[in-house]
Design a protein around this ligand. Structure first.
Ligand code: GCU
Length: 479
């Protein structure tokens, strides 16, 4: 080889090495996928070629019209027994539940249903961006706007900033219990540290779809304050977008450096629940909050998220699970209203682990190793209130959510509560609308206000009041 060429080659190699030594490993380019594309990728990863169609809730004449006949509603009548170990042995002591059976159930939900939170999920650093003194009706409160900055060193292109607002009575004499809602976003915030609406009247602000009382009475926030408790609103979409196209972004995308999910990775419900746990971490550091008395609440898809949060994080003291339906408190094994096959479609699969798709074809809901009653059982022994609107009659929220199937799940969760020394529903008879079953530690009630938690707030608060107490409270609440 001529000397000049050898020289050039050597120089190129040296230069190449210098570049290689200097350069950081290339940052992965986060994928931009539509929900349909991501859904297809997951089907390919699972080697699924076809999924069964979901139930059609809009057209009663469609071939796949949702079933509303009770006689056809239970194609898989046998539920997995929450108190039988996989080896067939019966669970008869609390110790067996905690050490053996509960971990089995959690593992099944992790792998097949909601997905796993990655072990190296990044840390969240909370920042108070505004402290606002305002009034809710005539109650003076302090609202703190917070942002949870998620460490994104792993993939700087993906930024996750969790939004949270915490409101506590200004006159509180000590840390107060707090009800946290998966909500639809706080009102606009002014510059850091400055109140956007100083001394404003928060009771006049629209509380958003799940917030109102639903009956023209005081807002739920006001009812909570009247007990001397505080409330918090967490914004789920700031944790994880509510669509499949968002799975390569948000906290799930960040953990995967913008790449598509593995089949047992977490879905949005688990991610939202994770965010609620991080908010609870913050409460543990905030002197205004009694973090041992934090309740979690949500409606509809956020009712599902509230149940997942309650089931997975034993630090949540009480759960208010509103109209959660399929993927929440409703038995997957039921053929009534919304089905597993709706959840596995490209419009909803992002709530779940990828593996869950398998139960929409080739497997069936009857093949699921766990069902909704075991999710409720994971909440035991902590008080859990399952809330719905009526399925029919004036102002009903409809049958799509399967109120009865959710009641059946709540009944079937009962033995775990009993084993742990708590009281189950005390009945297996589906109650009338507005007849609350609230004497035990598991509760169920349907109201007449439609798709809202509104009219169930007073009953829920009376139920929660048995467990949640303001310590160092002045005689008249926190006002
Ligand atoms: C749809 C969906 C439900 C969900 C609800 C919601 O009705 O089928 O599963 O709970 O939307 O608004 O969250």
């Amino acid at each position: 080889m001529p000397r000049a060429i050898v020289f050039t080659v050597v120089l190129t190699l040296i230069a190449g090495r210098a570049v290689a030594q200097d350069a950081k490993p290339a940052d992965p380019v986060p994928m931009q996928l539509t929900a349909q594309q991501d859904h297809k990728l997951m089907m390919e990863a699972l080697k699924i070629t076809a999924l069964r169609p979901g139930a059609n809730g809009m057209n009663a004449n469609a071939p796949n019209a949702a079933n509303y006949e009770e006689s056809k509603a239970n194609p898989f009548p046998n539920l997995p027994d929450p108190l039988t170990l996989k080896n067939g042995e019966k669970v008869t002591t609390p110790a067996q539940w905690w050490k053996e059976r509960r971990p089995e159930i959690v593992e099944d939900f992790n792998r097949e249903v909601y997905g796993r939170v990655p072990i190296d999920v990044p840390k969240v650093t909370w920042e108070v961006t505004a402290t606002i003194e305002e009034k809710v009706g005539d109650v003076a409160v302090v609202t703190r706007r917070l942002v949870g900055h998620v460490d994104n060193a792993k993939c700087p292109q993906i930024k996750v900033e969790i939004q949270l607002a915490l409101t506590t009575p200004a006159g509180a004499k000590g840390p107060v219990p707090v009800i946290m809602e998966f909500g639809f976003g706080p009102r606009p915030v002014g510059p850091a540290g400055k109140a956007a609406t100083p001394k404003g009247d928060a009771s006049k602000a629209k509380a958003g779809p799940p917030g109102g009382s639903g009956g023209g009475g005081p807002s739920w926030q006001r009812q909570v304050l009247d007990k001397g408790w505080g409330y918090a609103i967490l914004v789920p979409s700031s944790i994880q977008a509510d669509n499949g196209g968002g799975l390569t972004k948000g906290i799930i995308g960040l953990c995967n450096k913008g790449q598509a999910r593995k089949p047992d990775d977490w879905g949005a419900l688990r991610a939202w629940a994770w965010g609620a746990s991080r908010a609870l971490d913050y409460f543990e550091t905030d002197g205004a909050v009694d973090a041992k008395q934090v309740c979690i609440e949500g409606l509809s898809r956020y009712g599902k998220a509230a149940l997942v949060a309650m089931a997975y994080d034993p630090r949540f003291a009480v759960g208010f699970i509103g109209s959660s339906g399929e993927g929440g408190a409703k038995l997957h094994r039921r053929n009534f209203g919304e089905l597993v096959e709706n959840l596995t479609s490209s419009g909803e699969y992002h709530w779940m682990a990828g593996n869950f798709l398998r139960y929409g074809g080739p497997l069936t809901p009857g093949d699921l190793p766990v069902d909704a009653h075991e999710l409720i059982a994971l909440c035991a022994p902590r008080p859990t209130f399952i809330s719905y609107g009526a399925s029919s009659g004036p102002g009903a929220e409809g049958q799509w959510l399967d109120q009865r199937g959710s009641f059946m799940a709540t009944v079937a969760a009962g033995p775990v509560f009993t084993l742990l020394g708590k009281r189950d529903l005390g009945t297996s008879t589906f109650p009338e609308v507005e007849t609350g079953i609230t004497d035990g530690d598991l509760a169920f009630r349907q109201h007449k206000g439609g798709h809202t938690n509104g009219p169930n707030w007073p009953t829920f608060l009376t139920f929660a009041d048995r467990y949640i107490k303001v310590k160092n409270a002045p005689a008249t609440t926190g006002r």
